[in-house]
Write a protein that binds this ligand. Sequence first.
Ligand SMILES: [Zn+2]
Length: 113
Amino acid sequence: MVDRACLDCGMRVAATMQHCPKCDNDLSTQHDGSTITVDIAHQGERVSEALRKMQREVDLARRGVAMRIRIIVGSGLIREEVMFVLRDLEYRGEIKSFDLEQKNPGAVLINLK
Ligand SMILES: [Zn+2]
């Protein structure tokens, strides 16, 4: 389990907490503006492996303080499947939004918070 600190008051909080016990800030909306980059398509991954990897990274990132996660998806089937899964995650409110990167269509930018 990843520990983190409240970005407002610095209190150490468990990654599973929704609100800071000290200042009551909504921890799920706090972010430090950073972007995590993860490559899920360039180590010979099958589509199912790539999707599992993405889900794991998104889950992990949502518990952390990054604002966005950038997934390198390549240009083939993995990208198509990723877009499909992300539409579902967006619908369920697990991510805020996502889009293919403007200058690099082999990467998807996901807004987590
Ligand atoms: Zn706090």
